[in-house]
Design a protein around this ligand. Structure first.
Ligand code: ANZ
Ligand code: ZN
Length: 757
């Protein structure tokens, strides 16, 4: 037997598989045995790091496992290719974002190949291509028609100097990253998606029909924040309360600084104070306001009537009341509510106990904490908003037959305080689709989370021309059977994807009986740097497994990924440890020489079926590390024998194939097979062999037979185990008469004799 040299055999099989299109699903994707495996597609940053390895190895192991089980597996991949980093890199290095992105994609495809993934390559989707974003625009127009895409105002981080909205990550210590000026909160007009219309349907029920982590479901429900309460009128000011029963203890009212009634209610003596306060609160972000560590506020000078007690109560302004929630005004009950209590103490306001039993006639109202989704970005590298601004008609949608509105290549994407697309005047000019006069295009682009909200449907047929995806096929393919990804996407991506799915269902594009877009969601853990710290470029502890692949081969790195910690764990990546998996592969490799013409014994079959069972269950449960441990244990058992049967060895290779696709393929061909191991079928565990075979041990005391022990053959040769079992036997104890045996004679597998005289 030659030596195991990963480099040679991996390159060979990779080529062969690609040539044979081994992993393209069978054309009949719509059969009942379809299995859709998905891993969150990556942003083409240009380097595939350990985190990607973790996600994609997990998904690939599962895809291979299901394929061996006979499913028609669909495992596509693509690139989430729009986004700000391309612009950042372009500004820094003078490369065009498009060129930068596509060269990264080429590089990353090669890197993906080093993982050995069984992707359905022909279904690739790249979101920055007009073939894809055309359908973003189509979906946007449909949403606009249904009133779900609208122009609205929101408080945004705003830089006065650059005249632009800033994302949270572009603010450093309250200052603009570009010019260093103070960032303020300003109402800015933007495009929104009315996700709040779907809030109720996005709430997870107690017992959902799908298998998602509880933490993700609770996280989303909290984020959506359904809250049942009442609207109560206090002299023309409506408040939202979840505790109407406490109204007899409501001793003052608090308005958000943005509330339109603030100016009206402020008396002249208080005006300077109030105006100064309103100005200051614009500097605070919503988060700072929610935390509201140091209670602050001002009195307007006015009072209104409490409709229940008929007392006059003072109206205050404070930024702990948010403008974006409820009515932006509250009735404060300092005796019951902690924040109101702190506020009352600080400003010496009346604290009156409440009976908690005074619910007035009020208007019932359900509120949601989730806001509508602001989706327009003043950036270049994204999907152009398919809208036109006309002087006489206002905002007019581009007509469907004029899609896609292509992103022009020639723009000035360096920040100038306006949307980069405005710099291409040729592109900007357009005839109004309604009246035909000169008009301008909307120069904004869509949030890239729009792109990732439905890419899994486009995978089904990336070239489809009659809509975003073919309904009939999608109804058969959906839901995704298992979706691998990160816990950081709980409140963003996966929530948006659920929203889009429901929207498609409402449009009649998708079967309304599909409960969620993914039937099972798996969240991976976190790989730390070798120093046990979170990986980050600035700490210099980012690991890229390219070198390890060169050194140990793909299979060893894959096994390491599967083995070094539970899939949802948190642990450091220590490259030297890949030696372990490498040695293990060598062991499996060397076992090939032991294959002979022998019949496995009962105990051998027990070991085999036990392993088939546990490995199958472990992979299904995403316990890759224990699956590998089970395989290691069985390999040790096989290594101790002088000869093993072909059945056992082939079974070992099959169980090992999802983890180590190359070496198992090579060994499979060495055994004389002409077809790929990956198209073979997964071994079936036979329950007849789950129980270990049993052996009978004769137990003597001072040479006389006193009893028999029936034990699992696994321990029949283990003297200490047999001793322990025998000594706890009543009859043996009786004949030992309480004495310690002076000597013990053990004939492995047959007899034990205790001498006490
Ligand atoms: C009186 C009261 C008494 C309240 C009490 C609570 C406890 P959730 O569950 O989050 O919906 N509230 C209403 N609008 C607000 C806003 N824009 N900014 C800050 N707080 C606001 O909470 C609803 C409760 O939060 C409301 O019920 C209101 O205070 C406050 F013992 O009214 B409550
Ligand atoms: Zn017009």
């Amino acid at each position: 037997m030659r030596r195991y040299i990963p480099k040679e055999l991996e390159a060979k099989w990779q080529q062969k598989w690609a040539g044979d299109k081994l992993y393209d699903p069978q054309d009949q994707l719509d059969t009942n045995d379809k299995f859709y495996v998905l891993a969150e597609f990556a942003y083409p940053s240009g380097d595939l790091h350990v985190g990607h390895w973790f996600t994609f190895t997990g998904a690939d192991i599962f895809a291979r496992f299901k394929r061996l089980q006979g499913y028609n597996v669909f495992f596509p991949n693509g690139f989430d290719a729009f986004g700000l980093p391309a612009e950042g890199a372009a500004i820094k290095r003078g490369v065009h974002p498009k060129d930068w992105t596509f060269s990264n994609i080429e590089r990353m495809k090669d890197q993906y190949n080093t993982i050995g993934p069984s992707f359905s390559f022909k279904n690739e989707v790249i979101t920055c291509t007009p073939e894809y974003y055309r359908w973003n625009q189509w979906i946007f127009l449909k949403m606009y028609e249904k009133g779900l895409a609208y122009r609205g105002k929101t408080l945004s981080n705003w830089c006065e100097f650059d005249q632009t909205v800033l994302a949270n990550e572009n603010i450093e210590a309250g200052k603009c990253w570009r010019c260093g000026n103070e960032v303020v909160q300003k109402e800015v007009e933007q495009w929104f998606l009315k996700i709040t219309d779907y809030a109720d349907r996005l709430i997870w029920p107690e017992n959902p029909l799908v298998d998602w982590p509880e933490s993700a479901r609770i996280g989303q429900n909290t984020w959506i924040g359904r809250s049942e309460g009442m609207l109560i009128d206090f002299g023309g000011i409506e408040v939202f309360t979840t505790r109407p029963d406490t109204i007899d203890g409501a001793t003052f009212l608090v308005l958000a600084p943005e509330h339109p009634k603030v100016a009206e209610l402020t008396i002249d003596e208080q005006r300077t104070k109030v105006e100064e306060y309103v100005k200051q609160s614009k500097l605070k972000s919503e988060l700072e306001r929610k935390e509201n560590k140091e209670k602050s506020g001002v009195f307007t000078g006015s009072t209104v009537e409490n409709p229940y007690t008929h007392e006059q109560v003072p109206v205050w302004v404070s930024d702990y009341v948010l403008w974006g929630y409820g009515t932006g005004a509250i009735m404060a009950v300092p005796a019951e509510d902690e924040r109101d209590g702190e506020f009352a103490e600080k400003f010496n306001l009346e604290i009156k106990p409440s009976s908690c039993n005074s619910t007035p006639e009020g208007k019932k109202k359900v509120n949601y904490h989730i806001h509508d989704w602001s989706i327009s970005r003043q950036r270049y590298w994204g999907t152009p908003v398919p809208m036109v601004n006309c002087k006489s008609c206002g905002i007019v949608p581009v007509s469907y037959e004029d899609l896609p509105v292509e992103l022009p290549y020639e723009v000035d994407y360096t920040p100038k305080g306006k949307a980069p697309l405005e710099s291409n005047e040729e592109w900007l000019k357009v005839k109004c689709p309604k009246c035909g006069v000169d008009a301008t295009r909307d120069p904004e682009t869509l949030d890239t989370f729009f792109d990732s909200s439905w890419y899994f449907l486009r995978y089904i047929d990336p070239k489809y021309l009659d809509g975003p995806f073919p309904t009939e096929l999608a109804n058969k393919m959906m839901p995704i059977d298992i979706y691998f990804g990160g816990g950081e996407h709980t409140l963003g991506h996966t929530l948006y994807a659920r929203f889009f799915t429901k929207f498609f269902q409402d449009l009649g594009l998708l079967d309304p009986n599909i409960p969620e877009f993914a039937a099972r969601r798996i969240q991976h853990g976190i790989v730390l740097g070798p120093d046990g710290q979170k990986m980050s470029k600035s700490k210099g502890n980012v690991v890229n497994p390219d070198d390890e692949v060169k050194k140990y081969g793909t299979d060893a790195v894959r096994i390491h990924v599967a083995f070094f910690m539970p899939y949802d764990g948190v642990g450091p990546w220590i490259s030297e440890r890949i030696w372990g998996p490498y040695r293990f592969i060598e062991k499996v490799w060397n076992l090939c020489e032991k294959v002979g013409n022998v019949e496995p014994e009962r105990e051998d079959l027990h070991q085999m079926h036990k392993t088939i069972k546990s490995v199958s269950e472990d992979i299904e449960a995403i316990k890759f590390n224990t699956a590998i441990a089970g395989l290691m244990e069985w390999s040790n058992y096989l290594t101790k024998r002088t000869e093993i049967s072909k059945l056992e060895y082939e079974t070992l290779l099959l169980l090992f194939a999802p983890f180590a696709p190359y070496v198992t393929e090579e060994l499979w061909s060495i055994l004389g097979h002409e077809t790929s191991i990956h198209t073979h079928s997964w071994p079936v565990a036979n329950s007849d062999y789950f129980e270990a075979a049993q052996a009978v041990i004769v137990v003597q005391v001072n040479g006389k037979v006193r009893t028999n022990l029936t034990v699992d053959t696994e321990i029949k040769n283990n003297q200490s185990e047999i001793e322990k079992l025998s000594l706890s036997n009543e009859r043996v104890q009786k004949f030992l008469e309480g004495k310690e045996p002076k000597k013990t004679i053990f004939v492995p597998g047959k007899l034990i004799n205790f001498l006490s005289n």
